[in-house]
Design a protein around this ligand. Sequence first.
Ligand SMILES: C[S@@+](CC[C@H](N)C(=O)[O-])C[C@H]1O[C@@H](n2cnc3c(N)ncnc32)[C@H](O)[C@@H]1O
Length: 420
Amino acid sequence: MLQPTDGGYTNGYHQAGGGGGNRVRRGSRGRSRVRRGGGGGSDGSGARASQWQQQHEDEEEREKPATPCTDFDTAYFHSYAHVGIHEEMIKDRVRTDSYRNAIFQHQNFIAGKVVVDVGCGTGILSIFCAQAGARRVYAVDASDIAVQANEIVKANNLSDKVIVLHGRVEDVEIDEEVDVIVSEWMGYMLLYESMLGSVITARDRWLKPGGLVLPSHATVLYMAPVTHPDRYSESVDFWHNIYGIDNSVGVPFFVVSAIIPLAKQCAFEEPSVETITVENVLTWPQVWSYDLILIFVSAPFHGFAFWFDVEFTGPTVLPLNNDMPPSFIEPSNSYMTEGNHRKKRPNPNEALVLSTAPEDPPTHWQQTLVYFYEPLDVEQDQVIEGSLTLSQSKENARFMNIHLEYSSGGRSFVKESVMR
Ligand SMILES: C[S@@+](CC[C@H](N)C(=O)[O-])C[C@H]1O[C@@H](n2cnc3c(N)ncnc32)[C@H](O)[C@@H]1O
């Protein structure tokens, strides 16, 4: 049950404990895999949590969380307490403008209605919904950033409309059905961070039949073979000639056979988030359910790039009852082709699409690259066959295992990596 602190829903800021530990990031990562900042909740978060625990002891007795909050989840939420990550997301105009446009395009569905913002962060999407005329917005976030969200809501005189709930979507209580769910849940390679499950939980807990979910669809994943000689050269060829010492002929201090495998492992073992251009792409991308790729350009094939898009369409595509399978994600057609040029898949509804493709304006998601240790020379019209399996890591459900099998020219390869 929702327990507003001041009676009624006005400014019903509700705390269910903050986080602690290290951050899992969404910030700039790139090859160096730098994680942003250390994150951290305010010193008072523990006290607030205890206060909340006392106030809600009876409720906790009655209602256990659907899924336990692990130490990894706590670290994950702690990472979102850091303002830098929110700054980066809000500065991503492609992302934030897409959400704002989608919210205002669906104003008819939002005005006068009840909305839940799953993972509200600073509250920006909740405020857009309030501006679009929502009667009430439940802004839910388990991270301590909810404290700031509540202050931002108050400072904008929206406390009568936007109720910040500091807790997990799985745990907080909202005692009415909602008309709309808005959430920015996408991680690298779409599914990294494993936040989609929480959106589905929110849908199953609160969404009215036929309600609106923004975004409504996600293209599972685009996958394209890429060539990236510069990247390979920077990380591997570099070691062949250090200060004029040519390792290819074997010089004592830098023995090439010792350093090169390590350099390759260091550079290519894990997926890498970076921006590529259309010149890197060897053929138009296929959605992951396809198992054949035809190479368009002869070049060294260094790995695969992945990206996604999400679409914001009206409620007609949503399930009318909870027995139906989730419709958030569905495979779509691959890119259409016209000669050697790629064209985006047709968009008959003219729906608003947030794209993270290399030919579109850059976003903070960039593209995710899975490099091979050895490039493979491919010829025009050569066929690559393979499969991709993504699974949640058993080590940490926020991590993602990537299992890639591919074969071409009579040779087969397997690449296993973990996105941490
Ligand atoms: C990608 S950020 C989006 C923030 C904000 N909506 C925006 O667009 O700027 C995702 C937010 O969801 C929160 N979050 C993730 N899973 C959650 C869950 N199960 N319950 C509550 N909050 C969650 C995170 O703490 C984080 O602040």
